[in-house]
Design a protein around this ligand. Structure first.
Ligand SMILES: [Zn+2]
Length: 291
C-alpha cells in the first residue's frame, strides 16, 4: 500500500535501546487486559527498532494513548476473537515521535501491530473506526489460520482484502460484536477503508474504494446472521461473485440450506444497492448515508 511504500523509504537498519522504566506499568496493563498470550519477545517496552515495517525510532508496547483507550481497544480485541471463535490475537501498538505510524499490520505468525498515528486519526472519526481496522486485521488472522479461506483465489490480495473488509462489517453489526447502527458505522467504515489497506505484506491490489465499500456493506448485511468464519466466507463470495464479477462468474448453482435460502431472499433484496456501491452509482457520501 501507499503508506507502506512511504514508510519503507524511511527504514534505517539500526538498533538502540530505550528506557524501560515503564515496563512494570505495562506489565500490569497487560495482566489487566488478559494478554497472557503475548510472548516475551512481544512484551512491553523493550525495543526501539521494531522491524522493517516501521521507522528506526519506533517502539512497541501494549498501551495506546491512555488507560481508557487501552482498555477499550483490548476489550474489542478480545470480543472480535470471541465472535469469530478464535483465541485472542496478540495485539501491540507501535509508537514513533516522527508521525510515521499510519499503518496497521497483521502477521502470518499470528499477531497484529497497530500504529499510534492511524489509531488516533481513526478514533477522531468515531470510536468504531479503529475497531473496524482491528476487525479487518483479525479477518486476516482468520484467513491465516484456515488455509481454505478465502475460497475465492485471485492473483492479487484483493479477495483477501475485500473479505477482511467484509469481516469488519460483520463484526461491527453483530449484536454480540460492536452492535452499531449504520449511522454510527458508515463514517467509520468510510475512514477505515477508503484510505487504502493496512497490510504490510505488499501483495498488491486491495480492491478499489468502490469494491471495498460494497464488500464492507455486504459483510454488514451478513452480520444479520450468526455465521462461523467459514460459513461467512462461503456466503460472502457466493454473493460477491454474483454482483462484482459477473463476467467471471463460474459459480455452480449452490445447493442452499433453508437458513441460507432465507438469507438469499434478504441479500437479494439488497443486491441493487450492493451493485450500485460497486459501480459507483452510489458514491462515498451515499455509502455513509445508507441506513
Ligand atoms: Zn488488509
Amino acid at each position: 500500500m501507499i503508506n507502506y511504500l512511504k514508510l519503507s523509504l524511511l527504514i534505517v537498519i539500526s538498533f538502540f535501546v530505550t528506557s524501560c522504566q515503564q515496563e512494570e506499568d505495562l506489565a500490569n496493563l497487560e495482566k489487566q487486559n488478559g494478554l497472557e498470550q503475548l510472548s516475551e519477545k512481544d512484551f512491553a517496552c523493550v525495543y526501539s527498532f521494531v522491524d522493517n515495517n516501521w521507522g528506526p525510532n519506533a517502539f512497541r508496547n501494549n498501551f495506546i494513548i491512555n488507560q481508557s483507550h487501552t482498555n477499550f481497544i483490548y476489550a474489542h480485541n478480545r470480543r472480535i476473537a470471541s465472535v469469530f471463535g478464535i483465541s485472542t490475537v496478540p495485539l501491540s501498538f507501535i509508537h514513533d515521535n516522527s508521525g510515521t505510524t499510519f499503518n496497521a499490520l497483521s502477521f502470518g505468525s499470528g499477531r497484529i501491530d497497530f500504529g499510534e498515528d492511524i489509531y488516533r486519526q481513526a478514533f477522531a472519526k468515531g470510536a468504531i473506526a479503529p475497531v473496524a481496522i482491528l476487525a479487518h486485521e483479525i479477518g486476516h488472522q482468520l484467513q491465516f489460520r484456515d488455509n481454505s479461506i478465502p475460497t475465492r483465489r485471485e492473483s492479487t490480495a484483493r479477495a483477501m482484502e475485500l473479505e477482511a473488509d467484509g469481516y469488519a462489517g460483520y463484526y461491527v453489526r453483530r449484536p454480540n460484536g460492536y452492535n452499531a447502527t449504520w449511522t454510527q458505522a458508515g463514517p467509520a467504515f468510510a475512514f477505515a477503508f477508503d484510505i487504502g489497506d493496512f497490510n504490510t505484506s505488499s501483495r498488491g491490489h486491495h480492491g478499489t474504494p468502490r469494491q471495498r465499500r460494497s464488500a464492507t456493506r455486504l459483510g454488514w448485511y451478513l452480520g444479520a446472521y450468526d455465521l462461523t468464519p467459514k460459513s461467512f466466507d462461503s456466503n460472502f463470495f457466493y454473493y460477491y461473485n454474483q454482483y462484482v464479477l459477473p463476467g467471471n462468474l463460474k459459480l455452480a448453482k449452490k445447493k442452499r440450506t433453508v437458513k441460507e435460502a432465507e438469507m438469499d431472499a434478504f441479500i437479494e433484496s439488497k443486491l441493487d444497492e450492493l451493485v450500485k456501491l460497486n459501480t459507483g452509482e452510489l458514491s462515498a457520501d451515499d455509502f455513509i448515508n445508507l441506513d
